[in-house]
Design a protein around this ligand. Structure first.
Ligand code: TYD
Length: 139
């Protein structure tokens, strides 16, 4: 049963170089899962929100490759907001936490690494259903 305490802001390696900086992430090393899927969110119009849902099994690592946005995570009892605004930090979000993304800056680019292939049945998009699953100890 995941909680807010399991969400981790992870600092990635950084090679600062006058030619331009470089960072990277390796599965089962900097992040505690094998990467099955990579997707990204871009061209978000001002004021829009994304990702109001929970994954029952998919774990994620979210990086603001460019710009900034907020990720709000919620375990049914507590909520916490993380602002991502550096490309050498990422947020590890375990399965079973409600999450929302908002406050995207112009031209922001959100990279998301996932532990599972896309599976529509892994999503819960109804907040009350999420609370019930949490209460019943199912996620
Ligand atoms: P969705 O996960 O609902 O976006 P949000 O981050 O706002 O919750 O995804 C939006 C649409 O994209 C949805 O119709 C399914 C599709 N999609 C895929 O086909 N594959 C994927 O890996 C993802 C993340 C989304």
């Amino acid at each position: 049963m995941s909680s807010i305490q399991d969400v981790k802001l992870i600092e990635l390696p950084r090679f600062n170089d006058p030619r331009g900086n470089l960072s990277f992430v390796e599965q089962n090393n900097h992040i505690p899962f094998e990467i099955k899927r990579t997707y990204w969110i871009y061209d978000v119009p001002g004021g829009e929100e994304r990702g109001g849902h929970v994954f029952k099994q998919n774990q994620e690592f979210i990086v603001a490759l460019s710009g900034a946005f907020d990720v709000i995570v919620d375990d049914g009892k507590q909520k916490k907001k993380f602002t991502l605004n550096r490309s050498y930090y990422g947020l590890y979000v375990p399965a079973g936490l409600w999450r929302e993304m908002e406050n995207f800056s112009t031209n922001s680019l959100a990279l998301e690494l996932g532990s599972r292939h896309y599976d529509v049945s892994d999503y819960v998009r109804d907040y009350d259903e999420f609370l019930k699953l949490k209460r019943d100890g199912e996620i």
